[in-house]
Design a protein around this ligand. Structure first.
Ligand code: NAP
Ligand code: MG
Length: 399
C-alpha cells in the first residue's frame, strides 16, 4: 500500500505518563501504517522540560505559530509533589498556559458522540461546543477582607484623571471585596477566535454574559463581539448560512438545556470553566472530550481534554494491563491531520482523518471499547472490554 503523503509538518508535542504511552501506540498502530507522517517533534515530557529549562515548551508554541497546526499530548502540570518526584529545579508552569499565552487563543471543547453512550439530556442529539475565554476576570482578581467600619474603593488612574468609586461602606458589618480586570485586546481575540471557529465548523455561535447587571464590564464583552461581528463577519456568516446570537447568560442556560445541541456556546472565563464541566459530564465522559486551541489569526493546537491518567500509568509501570481510553487523543490527531489537509489541499489526508474517526466510532458502536465506556454503555450489542492496545488494533481493522 502506498502511504498518504504530507507537504507541511504537523507540530507534535509529546507529553507524560499514560498518555505518552498511548501517544506512541496511536502513531504506530493507527497513523504510520497509512500516512508518511511529517512532524516536527517537541518532547514536552516533564523530564525534557526540566533539561531544557522549559524552553522546549516555548519553542513548540513558536513552531505552531510558524506552521499553523499542532497536536499535543497531555502533560503534567507540576505541583510540589511532582517537583520531588521528578527532582525539578523549578515548578515549571502549565505547558497549556504557556502555549495559550503565545498563541493568544480560545479553547474549544466538544464531546465525541457514539450510539450507546447517551447524554443525560436526551434532547442533546448533536454535540455542544464550549468556547472558553481563557484570560482574566476572577482568575486574575485581587481580593481583600474589610473590617467593620472600613470602606472599599475602586481607584482608576487613566488619561481622564484620577477617580475613586466607592465599592461598599462596611459600617454595619465586616466583609469581603474584590477587583478584577480584562482587556479590549484579549476580548477582541476571543471574539475573532469564536467567529473563525464557527465559520470553520459551520455551526451557529451563541454568546452570553450578564450585561444587564454588569453594565460596563460584561457590557464591554457584548459590545466588542457586536462591533467585530458587524464589521468583519456578518456577510461571511450569511454566506455560510450560520447565525451569531447574543443573549443573557441565564437565558442561554435555559435555551441550551432545551436545545438539540449543534452550536458553539462562547462563555466568559468563569462561565466556561463551570459550563464545560457540566456539559462534559452531561454528555458522558471526559475521555470522550476533544479540545482545540484556536488563535485569532487561525493557528490550531489539538489535544484531549483529560490529563495524563496517572493512576493508570502506575498500574502500567507495574506491568499490569490498563484499559485507558485513547479516543480523545486519537481525535486530537485526526483533527490536526484534517486541518493540515485543508490548509495544504490534500484530499487523501482529509479522507484518512475522516476514516480514522469513523473507524473509532464504529469500533465502539460494535461493542468493542475501553473499561470507562463499558461501564456507561447502554446500547444493544454485546460489550467487549478491551485493553488500550487491543482497542487500537480493533480500530485499525476498521480503517
Ligand atoms: P486525569 O489524568 O484526567 O485523570 C483523572 C481520572 O479520570 C483518571 O484517574 C481516570 O479515572 C479518569 N480518566 C481520565 N482520562 C481517562 C481516559 N482517557 N481513560 C480512562 N479514564 C480516564 O486527571 P488528573 O488525575 O487530575 O491529572 C493527572 C495529571 O494530568 C496531572 O499531573 C495534571 O497536571 C495533568 N493534566 C494535564 C492536562 C493537559 O495536559 N491538558 C489536563 C488535566 C490534567 P479512574 O482512575 O477512576 O479510572
Ligand atoms: Mg473546571
Amino acid at each position: 500500500m502506498t502511504k498518504i503523503k504530507m507537504t507541511t509538518p504537523i507540530v507534535e508535542l509529546d507529553g507524560d505518563e499514560m498518555t505518552r504511552v498511548i501517544w506512541k501506540w496511536i502513531k504506530e498502530i493507527l497513523i504510520e501504517p497509512y500516512v508518511e507522517l511529517k512532524s516536527e517533534y517537541y518532547d514536552l515530557g516533564l523530564v525534557n522540560r526540566e533539561v531544557t529549562k522549559d524552553q522546549v515548551t516555548v519553542d513548540s508554541a513558536n513552531a505552531i505559530v510558524k506552521y499553523g497546526v499542532g497536536v499535543k499530548c497531555a502533560t503534567i502540570t507540576p505541583n510540589a509533589q511532582r517537583v520531588k518526584e521528578y527532582n525539578l529545579s523549578n515548578m515549571w508552569k502549565s505547558p497549556n498556559g504557556t502555549v495559550r499565552a503565545i498563541l493568544d487563543g480560545t479553547v474549544f471543547r466538544a464531546p465525541i458522540m457514539v450510539k450507546g453512550i447517551t447524554p443525560y439530556i436526551p434532547t442533546w442529539t448533536s454535540p455542544i461546543t464550549i468556547a472558553r475565554h481563557a484570560y482574566g476576570d476572577i482568575y486574575k482578581d485581587v481580593e481583600g477582607y474589610v473590617a467593620k467600619g472600613g470602606k472599599a474603593k475602586l481607584v482608576i488612574d487613566d488619561e481622564q484623571g484620577h477617580r475613586e468609586i466607592e465599592i461598599f461602606d462596611y459600617a454595619k458589618s465586616a466583609g469581603v471585596t474584590m477587583g478584577m480586570h480584562n482587556t479590549d485586546k484579549s476580548i477582541s481575540s476571543f471574539a475573532r477566535s469564536c467567529f473563525n471557529y464557527a465559520l470553520d465548523t459551520k455551526q451557529d455561535l451563541w454568546f452570553a454574559t450578564k450585561d444587564t447587571i454588569s453594565k460596563t464590564y460584561d457590557h464591554r464583552f457584548k459590545d466588542i463581539f457586536a462591533e467585530i461581528f458587524d464589521s468583519e463577519y456578518k456577510s461571511k456568516f450569511e454566506e455560510a448560512g450560520i447565525e451569531y446570537f447574543y443573549t443573557l447568560i441565564d437565558d442561554a442556560v435555559a435555551r441550551v438545556v432545551r436545545s438539540n445541541g449543534g452550536m458553539i456556546w462562547a462563555c466568559k472565563n468563569y462561565d466556561g470553566d463551570v459550563m464545560s464541566d457540566m456539559v462534559a459530564t452531561a454528555f458522558g465522559s471526559l475521555a470522550m472530550m476533544t479540545s482545540v486551541l484556536v488563535s485569532p489569526d487561525g493557528k490550531y493546537e489539538y489535544e484531549a481534554a483529560h490529563g495524563t491518567v496517572t493512576r493508570h500509568y502506575y498500574k502500567y509501570l507495574e506491568g499490569k494491563s490498563t484499559s485507558t481510553n485513547p479516543v480523545a487523543t486519537i481525535f486530537a490527531w485526526s483533527g490536526a491531520l484534517r486541518k493540515r489537509a485543508e490548509l495544504d489541499n490534500l484530499s487523501d489526508l482529509a479522507d484518512y482523518a475522516d476514516r480514522l474517526e469513523k473507524a473509532t466510532i464504529d469500533t465502539i458502536e460494535s461493542g468493542y471499547m475501553t473499561g470507562d465506556l463499558a461501564s456507561l454503555y447502554k446500547g444493544d450489542v454485546e460489550v467487549h472490554t478491551l485493553e488500550t492496545r487491543d482497542f487500537l488494533t480493533e480500530i485499525a481493522k476498521r480503517i
